[in-house]
Ligand binder design. Sequence first.
Ligand SMILES: [Mg+2]
Length: 259
Amino acid sequence: MRHIRAIGFDLFNTLIFSEGGGLDEAVRRLVSSLESNGFSLDHDTFKQAYHKAAIHFIEQTRKDWRETHNRYWISAALKTLGYEVPPEDPGIARAVESYFSAFLDYCHLIPGTIEMLSTVRGDYRLGLLSNFTDAPAALRLIDHLGISHFFDVVLISGELGYRKPHPLVFRRLIEELRVEKDRLIFIGDDLESDIRGAQEAGLIPVWMTYVHHKNIPFASGEPEEQFKGLAESVSKISTWPDLISLLDNHRASAETSIP
Ligand SMILES: [Mg+2]
């Protein structure tokens, strides 16, 4: 067993969570922004069209893990309502910004996150690797929550062009943290994107189950059948003190193992 040199973190449902109503409020702000740009929209009709478009584009990403962006979903939703607006339209950019502004008001840190990051940052290089379609919004959010300065590396799928579990994004994390992959722990809540992705890329996956134990909205429930074996085989933590214990145990094992 080798010493751990770096820790990578997922963002949503690992370091932060959204309180209930966050996505509804985001869509409400999105619709208001479009209305102020001259579109006449029925809120519920637009919301349905937007959700349908979002599901379609997100399903597309599963083919090759290329990242999508909300501007395509908005443009597609408007098209079904009779408006031809290209995804690059400045009105759509403003609507996207309004949508993500709700995240600043509804997202919170998981308890103990600042204390945990303060504890580990002296001993490990720290990276953030998030599946987030809009990189500027992701950066604003982590700034707002007061955690951006803890990370040596921040990688957002919206900027990379690919999402976890694509191996390319984990390779970027390894390269930018400048560590060997078997000395890099990756912590996340999603068994497919974070845990299987990290394992296949040669990192050490750690499954963060905090949100699974609380009634957090949008958290996935019990592992799907195809991920049950994986869920049982990897290290699990449900609080940040669990992570500190895991790192202490790992350090003790690495020190006693024969080189
Ligand atoms: Mg997550």
